[in-house]
Design a protein around this ligand. Structure first.
Ligand SMILES: Cc1ncc(COP(=O)(O)O)c(C=O)c1O
Length: 403
C-alpha cells in the first residue's frame, strides 16, 4: 500500500485547521471519502438521476440496475451467501431499530433479550425499549476490568436461551475485536438468534456473515469511506421472512385494496419509500476502494499505527489507556489523569488534531469504567506514523497545560 498515493485520494487531508495541517483521527465517528466516491455521487446526479423500481423509462431502469448491483456487491463484500438478504437502511442505528422493532412482534413476557455493557447506545436502547413494550426481560452482560465483555458470564447467560443476543463485533470505545464466531456458535446451541453490530468492523477486517453464521449483521456506509445516509442490514432470509415489515408505504407492497394489503418479497418488504439511491450506488464505489487496497494491507497498516500509538502514548505523563491492547482494531481510548477529556480534545484541536471526546454513545460502558468520558483516537487507511507523532506532541503539551 502506497500511503502517499492513498492520501492523494482524500482532498480533505490537505486542509489546514487552526493554522496546522489537519491530522484526522476521528475515523470511528466517520471516515473521509475518497475522490472516487464523491465523483460517483456527482455523476449520479449529473447523468443518472431518477427514481428506481417504478419507471419504464431508460434512466429509471439504469438507476435501478446500479442500485441493485450495489446491493449484490455489498452482499459479496460481506460474504453473504444465498441464505442472506442485504437490506439498505440509513445506517447501523436504523438497521438495529428495524430488527428490534420487528422482533418485538415475536417477544412475549418472560422472554429474555441479552445485550452487553459494551454496546453502543444504538444497539442497546432499541432493545431496552423493545423489552419495555413487550415485557420481555432485558439483561446486559457485564465487562471485565479492562472493558472487554465477560465471556464467562455471557456463556452462562446463554444457557437460559435468550430469544436474541445483540453485541458489537468491535467496541467503538476500546477497539476490542470480540470472538463473535465462537459466541454465535454457542448462542445457536441454545436457540438464541444473534445480531452483530459491525459498525466498527466492516472497514477494518474481513467479514463473512456466512462463516460467522450471524442472524443479522449491521453497518454504516459512512464509516467505510462511503456516504452518510446509507447502511446495511444483512439478515438471514429465514428471519426476514418471519418478521413483519418495519415501515409501510410505497414499494414495500404486493397488493393494496381497501380490505387488505399484502407485502412484497424480500428485500422490498423492508424498503418502504424512496431509498437513498445515490448513496447506495456510491457505497459500491467505497467498498471497491477498500477491496482494491485489500484487508491484508489495511490490517497490517492499522495494526502498525495502533502499536506505534500505544507505545508513544504510554510515554505521556498521567496517561491512562483503556482496554488490554490485545485484539484491538484501530481504536484507542484514553485519559490524562486529572485532565478533563473535553479540555484535552480542545487543546488538540487548537493544534489541528481531530479526535473524539466524551462518552462515545456508550454510557453503560463509561459507568462501568467509573469515568465520564475519554479521548478517543481512531485510525483509517490514510493515517501515518508522522500524524501519531503530531498527536503525541500535542498531548504532551496538553498534559503540561492541564496537570
Ligand atoms: C459500534 C457502533 N454502533 C453503532 C453506531 C451508530 O452508527 P450510525 O450513527 O452510523 O447509525 C456507531 C457509531 O459510532 C458505532 O460505533
Amino acid at each position: 500500500m502506497n500511503i502517499d498515493l492513498v492520501r492523494q485520494d482524500f482532498a480533505i487531508l490537505a486542509r489546514n485547521v487552526n493554522g496546522y495541517p489537519l491530522v484526522y483521527l476521528d475515523n470511528a465517528a466517520t471516515t473521509q471519502k475518497p475522490k472516487a466516491v464523491t465523483d460517483e455521487l456527482q455523476q449520479f446526479y449529473a447523468s443518472l438521476n431518477s427514481n428506481i423500481h417504478r419507471g419504464v423509462h431508460h434512466l429509471s431502469q439504469e438507476a435501478t440496475a446500479a442500485y441493485e448491483d450495489s446491493r449484490s456487491y455489498a452482499a459479496e463484500f460481506m460474504g453473504a451467501g444465498t441464505g442472506y438478504t442485504v437490506l439498505f437502511t440509513k445506517g447501523t442505528t436504523e438497521s438495529v431499530n428495524l430488527v428490534a422493532s420487528c422482533f418485538s412482534a415475536l417477544l412475549r413476557k418472560g422472554d429474555k433479550v441479552l445485550v452487553t455493557v459494551a454496546d453502543h447506545h444504538s444497539n442497546f436502547v432499541p432493545w431496552q425499549q423493545a423489552c419495555l413494550r413487550t415485557q420481555a426481560s432485558f439483561e446486559a452482560v457485564p465487562l471485565l476490568p479492562d472493558g472487554s465483555i465477560d465471556l464467562e458470564i455471557l456463556y452462562r447467560s446463554l444457557q437460559e436461551s435468550p430469544r436474541i443476543l445483540a453485541l458489537p463485533h468491535v467496541s467503538n470505545v476500546i477497539g476490542k475485536v470480540n470472538p463473535i464466531k465462537d459466541i454465535i456458535e454457542e448462542a445457536h446451541r441454545h436457540g438464541t438468534a444473534v445480531l452483530v453490530d459491525g459498525a466498527q468492523a466492516i472497514a477494518h477486517l474481513p467479514v463473512s456473515v456466512n462463516e460467522l453464521d450471524a442472524d443479522f449483521y449491521c453497518w454504516s456506509g459512512h464509516k467505510a469511506y462511503g456516504p452518510t445516509g446509507i447502511g446495511v442490514l444483512c439478515g438471514k432470509n429465514a428471519w426476514l421472512e418471519k418478521l413483519p415489515p418495519y415501515q409501510f408505504g410505497g414499494e414495500m407492497i404486493e397488493d393494496v385494496s381497501v380490505e387488505r394489503t399484502t407485502f412484497a418479497a424480500l428485500p422490498f418488504k423492508f424498503e418502504a419509500g424512496t431509498p437513498p439511491i445515490a448513496e447506495a450506488i456510491a457505497l459500491k464505489t467505497a467498498l471497491q476502494y477498500i477491496k482494491a487496497i485489500g484487508f491484508d494491507s489495511i490490517q497490517e497498516h492499522e495494526e502498525n499505527l495502533c502499536r506505534y500509538a500505544l507505545d508513544r502514548l504510554e510515554g505521556i505523563k498521567g496517561m491512562e489507556i483503556y482496554g488490554d491492547g490485545k485484539d484491538r482494531a484501530g481504536v484507542i481510548s484514553f485519559n490524562i489523569r486529572d485532565a478533563y477529556h473535553y479540555d484535552v480534545g480542545l487543546i488538540l484541536d487548537q493544534m489541528g488534531v481531530a479526535v473524539r471526546t466524551g462518552h462515545h454513545c456508550a454510557q453503560p460502558l463509561m459507568r462501568f469504567l467509573g469515568i465520564q468520558g475519554t479521548v478517543r483516537c481512531s485510525f483509517a487507511i490514510y493515517n501515518t506514523l508522522e500524524e501519531i507523532n503530531r498527536l503525541t506532541e500535542a498531548l504532551g503539551k496538553a498534559a503540561k497545560m492541564l496537570i
